[in-house]
Each structure stands twice: as C-alpha cells, then as structure tokens.
Design a binder for this molecule. Structure first.
Ligand code: ATP
Ligand code: MG
Length: 348
C-alpha cells in the first residue's frame, strides 16, 4: 500500500488521526490532526509535535511491540483545556520497507471529563453544605450531655439552634430533591393551562407573612385581561416564590418588592407571543461580577448573608431548570446600590 493510499484512509477517519512508521516519522495525517498538532507535521519525527511524555512513551511502545497502546493527550483549544484519549493500533505490512506502522486516533473526551469534574464538585459541595449544620448539631448534643446538662436556660437556647440547623438540613435535602425532579423532567413539555395573574396573586399572598416580618411592601402591577399560559403551575409557583423571596431576603432594605407583568404578541426573546414578569427590588443589588454565575448550584453572591438567612444557594438553579423546561428565559439586571430586576420571559 502506498503512502498516498494510507493518507486517503487516515483522511476518512472523522477525528484527529495519524500514522507513524518504524522510521518514527509521521507518514499520514488528516486535517483534524493538523488542526490539533500543527500544519506541517507530515514526514517529520513524531516527537517534534507530540511532546507529552506519556504520548511519546505509548507510541514508542506500540512501535516496539507492534501492538496496541492507549494514553491521553492534554491540550487547550484557546477557549478551554481539552482531553483526548489516544488509541494506537499497529498495522503490519505498511510504511517504510513495509515494516509496519501504527495508527494513532485521538478521541475528544473533554465533555466527559467536564461532566466528571462537575459531579465531583457537586458531591463536594453537598457534603460541605450538610456538614456545617451537622457539625453544629453534634457540638450542641455534646454540650447538652455534658456542661449544660442541668442548665435549663442554656438547654432551651441550644434546642432552638439545633432546631434551626436541622431545618436547614431539611431544606437543603428538599431543594436537592426538587432540583433532581425538575432536571429529570426537563425534556417533558408541561401541558397544563393556567392563568398567570391568579398564580402570581396566590404566590404573593403566601409570601406576605415573610414580607411583613421584613417590613417589605409587596405589590403587583398586571394587565386587566387574563393571561393564559401552558405550563406547570406548581413549578411556576416555585419560580416566582424563589424570586420574590430573594427580593425580600436580599433586597428587603429597599422597603418594597414589585412584580410587574407585561404581555406582548411579539416578544423579541420568544420570537412570538410572550409574557414578561419582572421582580424588582430596591435593595443593595448584586456586583456585576457575580451576575452570570447566580444560577449555578450553591453559588452565592454574599455567602455569609445567604447562610445567615438560611439560604441553600439552590433557589436560582431550580428557577433556571424550570424555565428551561418551559422554554422560557431568566434575565438579571443589577448593580451595587441600584437594586435588582429579575425578568422571567415565558412563551404564551
Ligand atoms: N434580589 C437579590 N438581591 C441581591 N442578591 C440576590 C438577590 N437574589 C439573589 N441574590 C444573591 O444570589 C444568591 C443565589 O440565590 P439563590 O436563590 O440561588 O440562593 P439562596 O437564596 O442563597 O438560597 P435558597 O433560595 O435556596 O434558599 C443569593 O445567595 C444572593 O447572594
Ligand atoms: Mg433564594
């Protein structure tokens, strides 16, 4: 088989691929491999372009044993670190003086690596979030069994704190389960017919006690006409509850949280009929550097304050997934000292 024919075969492989023969030169290479490793690599020594020790070793081994070897090639495509799984297979009867050559194929496993990393981060985060209240509980149990055994006042105070910490763990587990549920249903379109203004009114009513406690006035500004949507009413209730609750908890110093509804037949973001619900507070606002990350799980702009207020950092992650399921969008406009506007855009 001529090198031209080998080149044809390598070109047909739909991922970076190259061949190295017993002279240790690259005798065939496809466009994908040139993009990954360099344009002028044909006929050059392989180690000039594949410099990572584990890759050099795998290729040398494959040439020596005329057998199979596997390894990883780490790179960066300019935007992110990339990982390739490299598989070397030996072909007899080709290459210089037909001594055989190895075919190395580079499979991009970057997304698999990223998913693994996310899973590890998630487990680490959950463990950390659970451990904090658990440590507090264990500490108080210890104190109640020992030094505070006969101190009635201390006992009441500690039980109160233990109750709060247990509630926090309970909320966290509840939020995790609800996030899981929403995620697993994300591809199932909701079917229920619902009326948006009524849903918002009932959300506001259930949050009124919280608002009263925080000295916050809640208001609703919605058109007279009914706004009919197809959606999941429990989930949308959760979206607006999370957003208005955040407005009260973090923006409550502004004294009011307003909900404004606007319906339109040509919403630019929906490319068709849509409705926008804005949740506006006049609190301290959010530093722009945090804004793009708010919907990440456990991300908190002000983690001390959020924890103090019993937040799990999952509220906006849940909001994002519910809106994805509804083919909706979430926008955040905020600046320090200017308050915050969360806009939910839904197709109508
Ligand atoms: N209206 C707001 N004003 C200022 N900061 C906000 C506002 N809404 C959210 N944030 C910030 O965004 C973070 C993420 O909010 P999110 O609702 O996801 O979590 P949380 O409120 O901490 O916990 P949870 O909602 O699960 O109880 C909050 O911790 C807070 O720092
Ligand atoms: Mg929240």
């Amino acid at each position: 088989m001529t090198n031209d024919q080998l080149e044809e075969i390598v070109t047909a492989i739909p991922m970076p691929a190259l061949m190295v023969d017993q002279t240790e030169r690259i005798i065939a290479v496809n466009t994908e491999a040139k993009t990954l490793l360099g344009q002028n690599i044909l006929q050059r020594h392989f180690a000039t372009f594949l410099r990572q020790p584990q890759v050099i070793e795998a290729i040398e081994q494959s040439l020596r044993t005329k057998g199979t070897s596997n390894t990883r090639h780490l790179s960066n495509d300019g935007a992110q670190d990339t990982t390739f799984e490299v598989q070397c297979r030996y072909m007899n009867g080709v290459g210089a003086v037909s001594g055989g050559a190895l075919l190395a194929v580079f499979q991009d496993v970057t997304h698999v690596e990223q998913a693994n990393q996310m899973r590890r981060d998630f487990v680490a985060n959950v463990s950390h979030e659970l451990r904090t209240p658990l440590t507090a509980l264990m500490g108080f149990i210890e104190t109640l069994r020992g030094p505070a055994r006969d101190d009635e006042a201390a006992r009441d105070r500690f039980l109160q704190i233990m109750n709060d910490e247990a509630n926090r763990m309970n909320r966290l587990v509840g939020d995790l389960l609800s996030l899981n549920r929403v995620e697993s249903e994300e591809r199932v379109r909701p079917k229920e017919q619902l009326e948006l203004t009524a849903l918002l009114k009932s959300t506001l009513n259930s949050l009124r006690p919280l608002a009263d406690d925080a000295d916050v006035v809640l208001s609703l500004d919605a058109p007279e006409d009914k706004i009919m949507l197809v959606g999941d009413s429990d989930q949308l209730l959760q979206v607006f509850t999370n957003l208005i609750e955040n407005g009260i908890k973090y923006g409550g110093s502004g004294g009011r949280v307003e909900v404004r509804v606007k319906s339109s037949d040509h919403d630019t973001a929906m490319r068709g009929p849509g409705v926008r619900v804005q949740i506006v507070d006049r609190g301290p606002g959010i530093d722009p550097k945090h804004v793009s990350r708010l919907t990440e799980r456990f991300y908190r702009a002000d983690s001390h304050r959020s924890r103090q207020l019993g937040g799990t950092g999952l509220g906006l992650a849940i909001v994002k997934h519910i809106l994805n399921r509804h083919r909706g969008r979430l926008r955040v406009e905020s600046d320090l000292g200017k308050g915050t506007v969360f806009t939910v855009i839904l197709p109508r």
